[in-house]
Design a protein around this ligand. Structure first.
Ligand SMILES: Cc1cc2nc3c(=O)[nH]c(=O)nc-3n(C[C@H](O)[C@H](O)[C@H](O)COP(=O)(O)OP(=O)(O)OC[C@H]3O[C@@H](n4cnc5c(N)ncnc54)[C@H](O)[C@@H]3O)c2cc1C
Length: 288
């Protein structure tokens, strides 16, 4: 590993000042949260910045709260805090469970949800589940704020729609009502997941039918993927949907641009999607 090049850490007093610092330093500056991705990439000389703007010192960005019908998670909340949060465990137990399997405890204790999403690494567990949940992110820039759907936020591998002066401040997750059943499953052999699969279903008739569903598969391609065709096949009476699971998995695999890499070949990943969609379906419906 190469020695780190010199850089300066700036500690802004406010979000506005942080945005101004980012605008001022342009390509020489970058926001810095837990540093678990950024510092590693800088140590390997894959990324070079002379100025890092520390977002963790800003007050109010590490809160988890309920706001109207959403769970709102501040950008600097760590994976570990999400895994342990009584509020998240009560209102979105499958989200807390997903967080408990992100990386290892050292990375979870330092790495933030915002850092995970903004780095847009293709093997992100939270990005996959948040897409299935129809989440949005709040963003602040030097001159304006905006709210962006997760589906628009992730543009490509290691790429989001954030402008250079913009900071992700929070993630908003719609709180599901009692008819919603959800599950997130992952399969992993190396350091990052080989596959992550999130499934969210609105049920009726005490779970005997699925009114609407959204399945998202991540890590098997460069960005998490969903498919209208798969989601349509996942709706209907439970017995009928069970028979359509294989077709739904095929539709999802067709939509994902499956990549051959060190995690496995595209055919293998197609097979995994079939296995894990079926498991997620049964796990979600058996959850209370
Ligand atoms: C060994 C290892 C294993 C891992 N395994 C998994 C895994 O199984 N599943 C998984 O999902 N992830 C995994 N990860 C990724 C991990 O979740 C991320 O490293 C972590 O969440 C990043 O957060 P951070 O606060 O450290 O980000 P940083 O490294 O501080 O920042 C990452 C990037 O995001 C930008 N950024 C940070 N915060 C903001 C913000 N608020 N607004 C705008 N830009 C921002 C930074 O400028 C930087 O470009 C793993 C990482 C490691 C090192």
């Amino acid at each position: 590993m190469m020695p780190l090049r010199r850089f300066t850490i700036h500690q802004p007093q406010s979000l506005t000042e942080a945005c101004e610092m980012l605008a001022q330093h342009g390509e020489n500056g970058r926001l810095y949260a837990g540093g678990t991705e950024l510092l590693l990439a800088m140590k390997h000389n894959l990324l070079r910045y002379e100025h890092l703007v520390d977002v963790k010192v800003l007050p109010g960005l590490n809160q988890i709260e309920i706001n109207d019908s959403h769970l709102v998670i501040g950008t600097t909340v760590t994976h570990r805090a999400l895994e342990k949060s009584a509020l998240v465990r009560e209102r979105l137990p499958f989200f807390a469970e997903m967080e408990s399997h992100v990386a290892n405890v050292r990375v979870r204790a330092t790495g933030t949800l915002g850092g995970n999403l903004c780095f847009a690494e293709p093997h992100s567990d939270p990005a996959t589940l948040l897409l299935a949940l129809g989440a949005r992110v709040r963003v602040q820039g030097k001159t304006a704020n905006r709210t962006i759907a997760m589906s628009d936020f992730l543009v490509g591998p290691y790429e989001t729609c954030l402008a250079a002066d913009e900071i992700l401040t929070a993630v908003e997750i719609p709180l599901p009502d009692k008819t919603v059943r959800a599950a997130y499953l992952k399969f992993q052999i190396h350091e990052r997941p080989t596959l992550g699969l999130g499934l969210v279903m609105e049920t009726e008739d005490s779970g005997r039918a699925i009114k609407a569903a959204r399945a998202v598969v991540g890590s098997v391609s460069l960005t998490p993927t969903r498919s209208d065709q798969a989601d349509a096949l996942l709706a209907g009476p439970k017995a009928q949907v069970e028979k359509q699971l294989r077709d739904a998995a095929e539709a999802l695999a067709d939509q994902a641009d499956l990549v051959d890499d060190l995690e496995g070949g595209a055919d293998y990943k197609r097979h995994l999607i079939g296995v894990f969609l079926k498991r997620a379906f049964h796990k979600a419906l058996s959850a209370q």
